[in-house]
Design a protein around this ligand. Structure first.
Ligand SMILES: C[S@@+](CC[C@H](N)C(=O)[O-])C[C@H]1O[C@@H](n2cnc3c(N)ncnc32)[C@H](O)[C@@H]1O
Length: 307
């Protein structure tokens, strides 16, 4: 493996990046007609490329065997760099030294663009530095593509408060349903804190759980023992709807999320688009881009999977 190889994700990664790329193209073209400061912020930027292993295929009567191939494809930072018309500024954040070095090489290779590379925890950087007067004349798209449950609610609140940033957030639904065990007594304090940090409230305990009357059992002495335990009654769809309601409590608009992966079950992610600018113009624009793209990508991926 080369020093800057970054292998992550699966087939859903292609779809996620295709959706975000479509949005960036439309956003940049439309916003540049009236705004001079159109930015892209990638808070979990990676290296600008991703290493994909294409599995070996056995041969048969008709086809030669194909050995495993390792391909380098574009990651989100490179995709944003390639958008035309270009963003007026691109900000890439990552906390891994090796990834920051790769991002600095991307900056050096694209001196015609205004690129800033910030090393550090995206939550800290955003919470400390995103509040700014300049948002009155600047618009941005931000991509939140974390590993796991890394995005804190306080970070989302700061982004929403700018009223200028559209966010694409790959929400880790599998992280949530693994931490939020069916039986609430199985959730330890660390897991409880992680869920609350991600959702910004502990009302998930009452929204997602209810008392389940278990069939009464008898104890050793023959007494009836009917225990009421708190059970998660929310399935994957209900968890996703709950997350959407939470986002809607701080953003002006939240589009219906795109479930990922498309073919394999269970669903592991929800790709959300949240709009912080409350103006009708901004919301309508984002809705029309977002829903067109989500629909067309949905059709394309269903077609690929033969459904
Ligand atoms: C899934 S990868 C992002 C991939 C990228 N969007 C792409 O398409 O190439 C997540 C990245 O977030 C970085 N990361 C993880 N935790 C972070 C944090 N708290 N703050 C900033 N970066 C973080 C990792 O080093 C990794 O590069």
């Amino acid at each position: 493996m080369a020093a800057d190889d970054h292998e992550f994700g699966g087939q859903h990664t292609e779809i996620k990046l295709a959706i975000v790329e479509q949005y960036l193209k439309r956003y940049s073209a439309a916003l540049h007609t009236w705004c001079d400061h159109v930015w892209y912020i990638d808070a979990f930027a990676g290296t600008g490329k991703r290493t994909v292993r294409v599995k070996a295929r056995e041969g048969d009567l008709l086809e030669e065997p194909v050995p495993e191939q390792v391909e380098q494809r574009r990651g989100s930072a490179q995709i944003a760099i390639d958008i035309k018309p270009p963003f007026d500024r691109l900000i890439f954040m990552d906390m891994r030294h090796k990834h920051v070095a790769a991002l600095l090489s991307l900056k050096a290779a694209n001196t015609h663009l205004d690129i800033s590379v910030l090393k550090g925890d995206a939550n800290e950087l955003i919470q400390k530095e995103i509040a700014w007067d300049g948002w009155k004349r600047t618009r941005a798209v931000m991509f939140l593509d974390p590993y796991g449950m890394a995005v804190e609610w306080a970070t989302l609140e700061k982004i929403a408060a700018t009223k200028a940033i559209d966010v694409w957030y790959l929400f880790p639904l599998a992280g949530l349903y693994r931490q939020a065990a069916r039986d609430m007594s199985k959730i330890d304090t660390n897991k409880e804190a992680a869920i609350t940090r991600m959702l910004g409230t502990d009302d998930w305990k009452t929204e997602l759980y209810s008392k389940a009357k278990l069939a009464p059992t008898t104890d050793l002495l023959g007494y009836l023992d009917s225990d009421d335990t708190l059970q998660r009654n929310a399935d994957v769809g209900a968890l996703e709807q709950y997350v959407k309601r939470r986002l809607k409590s701080i953003f002006a608009e939240v589009l219906d999320p795109y479930p990922l992966p498309v073919v394999e079950k269970p669903q592991r992610f929800s790709l959300f688009c949240a709009i912080s600018n409350p103006s009708a113009k901004a919301i309508n624009l984002a809705r029309s881009f977002g829903s067109d793209i989500l629909k067309s990508t949905g059709r394309a991926s269903r077609h690929r999977s033969g459904r």
